[in-house]
Design a protein around this ligand. Structure first.
Ligand code: AMP
Length: 284
């Protein structure tokens, strides 16, 4: 496995692979890797001839400076995991490699209403920073395929729009959410949970699943939301939002007939740790 820190070194490798006729898959991450990330690696390896992963904790997408400081950075362990999982290249840039002084990196991109709800509402500026870094990483790495997790459903939708708006030549692939045994969506943030809280946090997925059945049987979104909030609050969690949205526009829906694809999305605080999750309730 090659580890490149400089853009020019990475690009030399990309040019060489391209000259050999290899298709290249790319997985952008912020590190602290777990089985969720590795499922994206596996998918890339099955769909492409070469796989690149980047680890870059993007300061521009953290609206809470404390969250940025506390974000785990176990780089040695990550390198070992990527090596053991057959990744061809790890791109490990510094902030100056991605945002070189004097280089215009901001983009003229408006994700519209899709960026204003849910994460966009509670983490102002998050999606601007995220779209900017993914755009920059795609321009640097020029992959054939980009693999992203359903875990960050809203992020995926915004990147889909970014690729369309800028007519970027890359195929975007959504990979299913990988969960812990109790249903909790795997996340680098789970490491910060006490064991007992981590076990209890399976409740989030349980409620998303129960909500799907209630929704299919005609229960209103308002009633499902109330149950979601009440149950989690009784278990000492602090739900931040629970929204049922059209899977393409991310606008709220009320009934199963309102959209072809429907997704229930939520954010929940466990102490100071903010967890997000979602479940596709309809896919037709
Ligand atoms: P992150 O390192 O959190 O920025 O995530 C990098 C990529 O891994 C994103 O496309 C995430 O959606 C994806 N990802 C994170 N957690 C999971 C998970 N539990 N299952 C599937 N994909 C995930």
């Amino acid at each position: 496995m090659f580890i490149f820190k400089r853009v020019s070194h990475l690009q030399e490798w990309v040019h060489q692979k391209r000259a050999e006729g290899a298709s290249i898959g790319f997985i952008p991450t912020m590190g602290a890797l777990h089985s969720g990330h590795l499922s994206l690696v596996e998918k890339s390896k099955s769909d492409c001839q070469a796989t690149m992963v980047s680890i870059f904790v993007n300061p521009k997408q953290f609206n809470d400076p404390d969250d940025l400081i506390k974000y785990p950075r176990p780089v040695e362990k990550d390198i070992e995991l990527l090596y053991n999982n057959g990744v061809d290249v790890l791109f490990l840039p510094e902030v100056e490699d991605i945002y070189p002084p004097g280089v215009a990196t901001t983009i003229d991109f408006d994700a519209g209403e899709a960026a204003e709800t849910m994460e966009g509402k509670f983490r102002p500026g998050h999606f601007d920073g995220m779209a900017e870094v993914v755009h920059r990483l795609l321009r640097i790495t020029t992959p054939d395929m980009l693999f992203m997790g359903q875990k960050d459903y809203q992020q995926f939708s915004i990147i889909r729009k970014l690729i369309d708006d800028f007519a970027l030549s890359v195929q975007l692939v959504m990979c299913p959410t990988v969960r812990e045994e109790n249903g909790l969506a795997m996340s680098s943030r789970n490491e910060r949970l006490d064991l007992s809280v981590r076990q209890k946090a399976g409740l989030i997925h349980q409620l998303l699943s129960e909500g799907k059945t209630l929704f299919e049987n005609g229960t209103s979104v308002a009633d499902i939301r109330r149950k979601f909030f009440d149950t989690l609050e009784k278990a000492d969690f602090k739900p931040e939002y629970f929204e049922v949205v059209d899977g393409y526009t991310l606008l709220p829906v009320e009934t199963p007939d309102d959209a072809q694809q429907i997704v229930a999305c939520c954010a929940v605080y466990a102490g100071e740790v903010r967890l997000i999750d979602n479940l596709i309730w309809k896919n037709s």
